[in-house]
Design a protein around this ligand. Structure first.
Ligand code: ADP
Ligand code: MG
Length: 300
């Protein structure tokens, strides 16, 4: 297990920012940490990165305790803080060399910096001062900084916030790429983004985990099961004629379970279809809660 969090609580004075949070991240997994502002994402990430201690609970990285083995944990973890604090008057490579110094890297510094510049796509901008870079390139410097000591675990706090659509895509691709080699935990408040990049998603709200699940493959994501109740008995074969519907099961009197695959929400398809047929839909709901349902419920 790369990261193991056990019943972590964090108090800021009277305020409980994390409330007995537990989860694990496997080696090589990309975990999306999703939640609205103030949910406790940054607090959790700062704790794993040894920047602040938990009030209660235990965290280990590769089996090393963040409290008693913090030096070891720091060497295993690369961290991009939410605000990505950088020295704007430093040049890109100068800054990365400086960060090498902070980690006590003294040998092969030049090569290491060059590797990071290439890996994070900074080559074109490498001769500039950080302050002259666009937000997307500043993020790349932040990610290069987090990777400089070749950590096994990468913690990225809102790496895509404030980026334009192109930069966003670039950083997402970079996260996916890095995820092939490393354990990555990144936070975001955008559900679609997390779904596109992660293997697993944890949704956190008000300091508590509200869901922890694997991200489905794209084809699985199209699978839907809805329960529909009409005002009259409807031939199941008729319902099967709706595009994407694969099976229809009579549950009771005028209620049916409809299963199939579609890009469009089945509820919409069925409602529109019923209207055309002059049937009245009395109830219509997804049988399993989608990730979007869970997120909406907790963040509206
Ligand atoms: P997120 O990153 O999900 O937006 P945070 O972890 O930053 O959430 O914050 C969780 C809660 O803890 C919020 O209510 C926030 O106001 C509070 N908080 C965060 N940092 C501090 C701090 N240093 N002192 C007091 N309260 C804090
Ligand atoms: Mg935050």
């Amino acid at each position: 297990m790369s990261i193991k969090v056990e019943r972590v609580t964090k108090m800021y004075g009277e305020q409980k920012a994390l409330d007995s949070v537990s989860f694990e991240v496997k080696k090589g997994e990309v975990l999306g940490f999703l939640g609205p502002n103030g949910a406790g994402k940054s607090t959790m990430m700062k704790i794993i990165s040894c920047f602040i201690p938990p009030t209660e609970g235990k965290v280990t990285v590769d089996g090393f305790d963040i409290g008693s083995d913090s030096m070891k944990v720091r060497s295993l973890v690369g961290y991009l803080p939410e605000s990505n604090p950088l020295y704007y008057d430093m040049y890109v490579k100068e800054y990365l060399q400086f960060v090498c110094g902070l980690y006590g890297i003294t040998e092969g510094v030049k090569e290491r910096v060059e590797q990071m510049v290439a890996l994070t796509g900074l080559s074109r901008e490498q001769h500039k001062q950080i302050g002259q870079l666009s937000k997307g390139y500043k993020q790349r410097v932040g990610i290069a900084q987090a990777l400089i000591h070749d950590p096994e675990v990468l913690i990225l706090d809102e790496p895509t916030s404030g980026l334009d659509p192109n930069q966003l895509q670039d950083i997402r691709n970079l996260i996916k790429e890095l995820g092939k080699e490393k354990t990555v935990m990144f936070s975001s408040h955008i559900m679609q983004e997390v779904e596109a990049v992660s293997d697993r998603i944890i949704i956190i709200d008000k300091g508590k985990i509200v869901t922890d699940r694997k991200v489905k493959e794209t084809t699985e994501r199209l699978e839907q099961t809805v329960l529909v109740e009409f005002d009259v008995v409807v031939e199941t074969s008729l319902i099967r004629s709706i595009a994407g519907v694969e099976s229809v099961e009579l549950i009771e009197s005028t209620t049916y379970r409809v299963t199939g695959r579609s890009e469009t929400d089945f509820r919409k398809l069925i409602a529109e279809w019923a209207k055309k047929q002059d049937f009245l839909v009395l109830t219509l709901k997804h049988e399993d809660e989608t990730l979007e349902d869970v997120f909406r419920k907790h963040t509206s």
